[in-house]
Design a protein around this ligand. Sequence first.
Ligand SMILES: *[C@@H]1O[C@H](CO)[C@@H](O)[C@H](O)[C@H]1NC(C)=O
Ligand SMILES: *[C@@H]1O[C@H](CO)[C@@H](O)[C@H](O)[C@H]1NC(C)=O
Ligand SMILES: *[C@@H]1O[C@H](CO)[C@@H](O)[C@H](O)[C@H]1NC(C)=O
Ligand SMILES: *[C@@H]1O[C@H](CO)[C@@H](O)[C@H](O)[C@H]1NC(C)=O
Length: 363
Amino acid sequence: MMMCLLRPLLAICVLFFVSNQAAPRYNNGFFYQDIMNGDGNGEIYFNGVRLHVESHQPLVSAARGSNVTLTCTYHYEPEINGTRRTRVKWSWLPANGADRNAGETNVMVAMGNRHRSYGNFKGRVRLRRSAPGDMSLVINELNLNDTGRYRCEIIDGLEDESVTVELELRGVVYPYHSQKGRYQFNFLEAQHACEEQDSTLATFDQLFTAWKEGLDWCNAGWLADGTAQYPITTPREACGGTDLAPGLRSYGQRAHLLHRYDAFCFAAAPKGMVYFLQHPQKLNFTEAVSACVQSGGHMAKVGQLYASWRFLGLDRCDPGWLADGSVRYPIVQGRPNCGPSEPGVRSSGFPPKQNKYSVYCYQ
Ligand SMILES: *[C@@H]1O[C@H](CO)[C@@H](O)[C@H](O)[C@H]1NC(C)=O
Ligand SMILES: *[C@@H]1O[C@H](CO)[C@@H](O)[C@H](O)[C@H]1NC(C)=O
Ligand SMILES: *[C@@H]1O[C@H](CO)[C@@H](O)[C@H](O)[C@H]1NC(C)=O
Ligand SMILES: *[C@@H]1O[C@H](CO)[C@@H](O)[C@H](O)[C@H]1NC(C)=O
């Protein structure tokens, strides 16, 4: 049973362990009799043997498209002889708790040499098995939606121990609003808008990290968990007042179809690259679309521009078209005539499509 007391930015949880097993089992993890796992030579009795499960890296941060290893190893203390029929089960709790009722889903189960992977993980996961007791999970070709909490559970007869590994994608959070103006998206439209920009709705943790890194934004946006929030580093009157400490200001859970906000999108570190198209003239929107294609790419999306700015140091003081019809430019090193002194992606909004600008393409 878990009881939580929710406070802004802080959840205090108290765990109560409820024993629902008839087996002799104690809170300290010891067990005193195990007759379930014969080694073929009769029953093993072992006293005070303990199953240890651990992860050398409980927080893993990886780039999209890369292969990642979530470590998990087990051993017995004291060591025991013989092969035991140990099972391993990896399960996953998605980071974007959009569906709060969604429980853990299976990633892989294995026993001996037999194993089975599930759903979206099928064919993409394997156990590393680089040494006895190594049950680390290797995931190939990380997706945007693979982030979350992975649980490695080792099951040996009555004994069952687990460890969790948090997987996050390296990425950048940015606010996004509709071409029609501020506060136009319901939840589903916000989800869709981020996806169109090669991004996902940001999770609370992603926005929180962005806030710690200095994101300050006075317009509320949807997050993946169905709340609307905004990050404030410098409290001010116009943005929730000066009485509140810096932090994430939350409107809490909002009705998905009824309420309208902007969106906080999350763009993972890019696979490709955004480039400023060298072109003799400035272009209207339709000309810009074909100019990118002629150069072998496509018009860049907003998420791709943010990711290239953040991870590849793209810095260019020229406003250019992007695929959503907005005009922006990325500045790593603030300087005169390139917007504010802080780094950032500057936006000129969504100008009329016949206006002429440069263009950012993606390849
Ligand atoms: C990931 O692993 C697969 C299969 O093992 C391999 O073909 C691929 O090149 C790897 N990708 C990266 C980015 O290392
Ligand atoms: C394991 O086997 C070794 C020799 O094979 C023996 O010396 C040791 O006592 C055994 N340990 C246990 C816990 O049975
Ligand atoms: C995750 O993303 C992949 C590819 O981007 C997609 O095929 C899959 O359906 C997604 N899975 C979930 C659970 O959203
Ligand atoms: C852009 O210019 C071309 C002519 O070069 C014109 O045909 C087209 O309609 C213009 N597009 C827009 C959106 O104004």
